[in-house]
Design a protein around this ligand. Structure first.
Ligand SMILES: NC(=O)c1ccc[n+]([C@@H]2O[C@H](COP(=O)([O-])OP(=O)(O)OC[C@H]3O[C@@H](n4cnc5c(N)ncnc54)[C@H](OP(=O)(O)O)[C@@H]3O)[C@@H](O)[C@H]2O)c1
Length: 387
């Protein structure tokens, strides 16, 4: 079996690359990589393995230098005769930015880029499965505090918090225009954060927000809103099982924490609190206080409203913030995450647990302790600038 993987240098794609490379029934994994040279591409792929000291097999992992935005991607990929034998495609590459500044690029990569791959894939004679890594958040923002099932999406009437989820929905809806239904497998992870093993997480994607909460200690979200979070290793193991399970019952699966393993902000923050005894305890405040925080950062003390009730936090911020203005950068980056948290959505994982042997994932407030020693090394401003 030969596999073609996109997004292998990313958070989930990297973990998938490692997990898939350990399977003996996979001969070669061809990875679409953005790089200027073969040497650079190999280096980027090797780095994925080096991060957790996994065994890199260069004879099995072959880079294919390309960009999803290449208009001639089909021609480029077709020129590689070895790709004629691809049996399995896992399309994990995407632009995952929540930032409005990136909307154009997000649309291009997630819609046009996918179309380029599909145009090539539909001609492959030996293709058995095209696995599209979607996202459970394509359900949009309308269904608050609900358990969401796979069949509720895609819904073209859904309203989206960010362009990213809209483009992922459009991408998913494009698949059957190119491929027969029996070749399509859609996996929709919920929110992927950190790693359940004690290792440097593959990426600080999403984890930077917990690091930011830990830094700020005053958090303008409903502490009881349910959040569906899974660790990246669980996501990769579950997706890999789904790829190889005999007689899959469905073509679409949530890869999620589900009702039993969902968490909330309070549980996660409580768990980490005792590791940072010098900080004030976490306080959860009404969303409107976020504005007061911005005013505080601007020095407009007459506008800080309810924030005045948290003098310990204000003293603490005075002591840690060399430039108050940076707080506004942090808030601008956190804003979409506050919105997502407050949706209170949990993604039903009954289908997944029925078809794979993996047990339920650990809730984030349990596995997060494995990531605790890396939390303070995360550059939260970097996360906020490119959320
Ligand atoms: N992370 C989550 O919480 C989450 C949750 C649900 C679903 N998902 C889905 O999971 C998939 C992987 O997400 P992730 O978190 O691993 O994202 P990520 O860390 O941002 O990785 C994105 C990957 O896509 C590649 N890529 C982006 N633009 C490209 C282009 N124009 N041409 C070729 N490659 C390109 C990147 O390559 P470079 O390294 O060259 O930039 C990188 O390998 C995505 O489809 C996402 O929608 C993620």
């Amino acid at each position: 079996m030969n596999l073609f993987l996109t997004g292998a240098t990313g958070f989930l794609g990297g973990e998938l690359l490692i997990t898939l490379s350990k399977r003996n029934d996979i001969k070669k994994i061809y990875c679409l990589v953005r790089a200027k040279s073969e040497e650079e591409a190999n280096k980027r792929l090797k780095h994925v393995f080096d991060l957790h000291n996994d065994i890199y097999q260069p004879e099995k992992i072959i880079p294919i230098l390309a960009n999803l935005l290449d208009d001639d991607l089909k021609v480029k990929l077709s020129a590689y005769k070895e790709l004629d034998d691809i049996n399995l495609i896992v399309h994990s590459a995407a632009n995952t930015s929540f930032s409005k500044n990136c909307d154009d690029q997000v649309k291009k990569v997630n819609i046009n880029g996918l179309e380029h791959v599909l145009t090539w894939a539909k001609e492959l004679k030996n293709l058995e499965t095209f696995c599209y890594i979607g996202t459970a958040t394509i359900c949009g923002k309308d269904n608050k505090d609900k358990i969401i099932k796979e069949e509720e999406s895609p819904n073209t009437l859904a309203h989206h918090l960010v362009t990213y989820t809209y483009t992922k929905m459009m991408g998913e809806m494009m698949l059957d225009k190119f491929l027969p239904q029996e070749k399509i497998l859609v996996v929709r992870p919920s929110i992927i954060m950190g790693d359940s093993v004690n290792a440097i997480p593959r990426s600080s994607v999403i984890l930077w927000t917990l690091a930011a909460f830990n830094y700020l200690r005053l958090i303008p979200v409903n502490k009881h809103s349910k959040i569906d979070i899974i660790p990246v290793d669980y996501a990769a193991n579950a997706i890999t099982e789904l790829l190889f399970v005999k007689n899959r019952s469905y073509s679409v699966y949530h890869v999620s924490a589900g009702v039993d393993s969902a968490t909330d902000s309070e549980l996660c923050c409580q768990k980490i609190e005792s590791y940072f005894p010098d900080k004030p305890s976490h306080a959860f405040v009404q969303r409107k206080v976020a504005n007061n925080m911005r005013f505080w950062a601007k020095g407009r003390m007459e506008d800080i409203g309810d924030l005045a009730n948290y003098p310990n936090h204000l003293d603490y911020w005075e002591s840690i913030l060399t430039e108050k203005g940076r707080l506004r950068i942090l808030f601008a980056g956190l804003e979409p995450y506050f919105d997502f948290i407050e949706l209170g959505q949990v993604f039903d994982n009954t289908r997944l647990l029925q078809d794979i042997t993996l047990p339920k994932p650990l809730p984030a407030h349990e596995y997060i302790l494995n990531n605790i020693k890396f939390l303070e090394s995360i550059d939260i401003y970097e996360g906020a600038i490119d959320p």
